[in-house]
Design a protein around this ligand. Structure first.
Ligand SMILES: [Zn+2]
Ligand SMILES: [Zn+2]
Ligand SMILES: [Zn+2]
Ligand SMILES: [Zn+2]
Length: 333
């Protein structure tokens, strides 16, 4: 891998000489990963424990039943089919497949007994969303809670850093600090940018070659990704922007990217994708500026031994946010 040889040279608009050399950081885990302690970020009366299960003050009558619905092996909430051994010890269906037919609690043979009573009790429960302490006010029947939580607007964001399996989650301000401090990501203020990507050996295109820069403008944060990968048989470079926030808000912004030299240029204009969409998902949907390697080398000039791409761009806020599919009254009458 040749990660150290790509560098991002950035400068403010038009000031090419004012170059800041920024080496690509090793896309490995930051040495001190940690999870944001949400329960302390917003003081509320209702406490949640680490599993996000409402504490005693959330919904008092359901608490003990809720504890019964926690799998004693993996501590996740149990969903049908809930299993039990001959002695009545319960466990979830995922754990059942893993314990080789032995009850993890009493070591007796497990058999195939379903705990229908507990399943029915669960059906009658109503519980607050797991992200209650982050501001979600919703209360759900036990069995639909999980579905909501997977799309809850208050759920934390994953670290947007690509190229590593970073497991850090948190809200946007926390993740911005995490990107800066733990991943040493380059931070820029302003809605225009002018970057030069330099790579000494452009013949090597690996999936792991990428760059991330964070932009701060309009009171929001945006991730500019630049990377090289193999698209089918063809080595390509790709640049795209992700919005650090939800999809609905991302639609309020647009961005453009331009790359070129020698009287030719490629222009991309698009809507930033939310960081809710994984870096890989955006990349694989080709939602960004894609530059074939031959074109990239042409733009680089010289003897094609070195990749030197100047990517300029701009982020702007749309005047209004016409939701896709929603009629504008004047046009619909
Ligand atoms: Zn389990
Ligand atoms: Zn047992
Ligand atoms: Zn929620
Ligand atoms: Zn991270």
């Amino acid at each position: 891998m040749d990660l150290e040889s790509i560098e991002c040279v950035s400068s403010s608009d038009g000031l090419d000489e004012d170059e800041i050399h920024q080496h690509l950081h090793n896309p490995q885990h930051p040495s001190h990963q940690h999870h944001h302690d949400f329960s302390s970020s917003k003081p509320r009366n209702n406490v949640t424990n680490t599993a996000g299960i409402p504490g005693p003050t959330a919904i008092a009558p359901a608490t003990s039943v809720h504890e019964l619905l926690e799998c004693p092996v993996c501590t996740n909430s149990m969903y049908p089919p809930i299993h039990q051994c001959h002695n009545g010890h319960t466990l979830c269906s995922t754990c059942k497949t893993r314990v080789h037919n032995r009850c993890p609690t009493c070591r007796q043979e497990l058999g195939d007994i379903r705990c229908l009573a507990l399943e029915k009790v669960a059906e009658s429960l109503e519980l607050p969303c797991k992200y209650y302490s982050l501001g979600c006010p919703e209360i759900f029947p036990y069995y639909s809670k999980l579905k909501h939580e997977s799309v809850c607007n208050f759920r934390p964001y994953n670290c947007p850093y690509a190229g590593s399996e970073c497991s850090v989650v948190g809200d946007i301000p926390f993740l911005v600090a995490h990107l800066r401090d733990d991943h040493k990501v380059d931070m820029h203020t302003g809605c225009t940018f002018n970057h030069r990507y330099v790579k000494s050996n452009p013949r090597e295109v690996e999936n792991a070659t990428w760059m991330l820069t964070v932009f701060h403008c309009f009171g929001q944060y945006f991730c500019l990704h630049f990377e090289a990968f193999q698209l089918g048989m063809a080595p390509v470079y790709m640049a795209f922007l992700r919005f650090m926030g939800d999809e609905n808000e991302a639609r309020n912004y647009s961005y453009s990217l331009e790359v070129g030299a020698n009287g030719r240029k490629l222009i991309w204009e698009g809507t930033p994708r939310s960081v809710r969409d994984s870096h890989r998902k955006v990349r694989d949907s080709h939602d960004g500026l894609i530059i074939q390697r031959n074109m990239a080398l042409f733009f680089s000039g010289g003897d094609r031994k070195e990749l030197k791409l100047r990517v300029t761009g701009r982020i702007w806020k749309e005047q209004q946010n016409p939701d896709a599919g929603v009629c504008i009254p004047n046009l619909c009458s």
